[in-house]
Design a protein around this ligand. Structure first.
Ligand code: SAM
Length: 315
């Protein structure tokens, strides 16, 4: 693997150059890396905006914050790494008396490889672990709470909506039956009962894969947070500042595509409304089609196959 893999933290930065090129990094401007992770993108941004630029990177996960600090140590005079949700970027910049993000903001969505493969964090069912899946371990709501408290129809909705699962009702019913006997506590317990509740064809992905993804999205409020963050950040972007989003899930990409479309349209009024009451157009879309990872990158890091990168600029 190339040098954009951080071995200790273990995350392979996806579309490093494409994402940072999308930000149009310029010395002296202010940038936000909303999802610091292992600091791969932050490092490259800092390198390109040195010596007079400024970068604020956020992540909810303290392990990511520590890894990003270490990775970007040589640029510590221009980077600040903050443990927070990217939905709070407006408050973070206001607290630092920054009026506008002059350069741009990057979102590299989803979970890091480190999170997905850390056994004790409960994101994966390759080994047994407590059901957790919180990006921020201080949050009070975990996968355990979801699995043991959501009603049957709520569970089925999560599996259908965020996992595009074909048998959401059967899985939800089985979970509710099992938890009447005793709480469902671990990843393997859950994965095994999902497997037992639906038809499983050999050679296909494990039937729990999609359900685990759905649980992670719900536990961390991922789709709602992306929408909230993009809507809230647009007024804080200076003219020409960029917004770059890498998504890994078709629902995320659709959401980003639709938000960009909405904010780049001159009018979103319903056809029956005679007088337009829309705010002026906010964004110009710079990627008519999403950018995808190169063949070389997919060979080196197969999960990059599902990444889609979209760029817009403030007008
Ligand atoms: C794909 S990783 C980012 C990897 C990073 N770009 C790199 O190069 O190492 C996504 C990160 O987003 C973080 N994250 C997810 N939701 C977040 C939110 N609402 N606010 C801040 N960080 C979030 C996760 O904790 C994870 O570390």
């Amino acid at each position: 693997m190339s040098d954009n893999v951080n071995n200790e933290f273990c995350h392979y930065t996806v579309m490093l150059n494409e994402a940072v090129d999308g930000l149009d990094c310029q010395d002296g401007k202010i940038y936000i890396d909303a999802t610091a992770g292992g600091g791969g993108h932050s490092y490259e941004i800092a390198k390109r905006i040195s010596p007079n630029g400024r970068l604020i990177s956020t992540d909810m996960d303290i392990e990511a914050i520590n890894a990003a600090c270490k990775k970007t140590e040589e640029f510590s005079d221009i980077i600040e790494i903050v443990q927070a949700s990217y939905t709070e970027v407006p408050e973070i910049i206001k607290a630092r008396e920054i009026d506008k993000i002059t350069g741009g903001i990057l979102f590299d969505l989803g979970a890091s490889f480190h999170q997905l493969t850390s056994t004790e964090r409960g994101f994966s069912f390759s080994k047994d672990a407590p059901l957790d899946m919180r990006f921020n371990s201080d949050d009070s709501f975990s996968a355990y709470d979801l699995i043991n408290t959501y009603k049957e129809d709520e569970l089925a909705n999560v599996f259908r909506l965020y996992g595009e699962e074909r048998f959401p009702g059967r899985i939800a019913r089985r979970i509710v039956e099992e938890r009447k006997k005793e709480p469902i506590k671990t990843t393997l317990q859950l994965a095994n009962l999902i497997k037992a509740s639906i038809p499983f064809s050999k050679g296909k992905i494990h039937p729990a894969t999609r359900v685990f993804q759905a649980i992670r999205i719900e536990v961390n409020n991922e789709l709602k947070n992306i929408e909230k963050a993009i809507k809230r950040i647009i007024p804080f972007l200076e003219k020409d500042a960029r917004i770059v989003v890498i998504s890994f899930h078709s629902l995320e990409d659709r959401l980003v595509k639709n938000l960009f479309k909405y904010y780049s349209s001159s009018c979103n009024c319903p056809p029956e409304q005679l007088i337009c009451k829309c705010d002026p157009r906010q964004l110009e879309i710079l990627t008519k089609k999403p950018i995808v990872a190169s063949e070389e990158e997919v060979k080196l890091n197969p999960p990059s196959r599902s990444a889609k990168l979209r760029v817009a600029k403030k007008v």
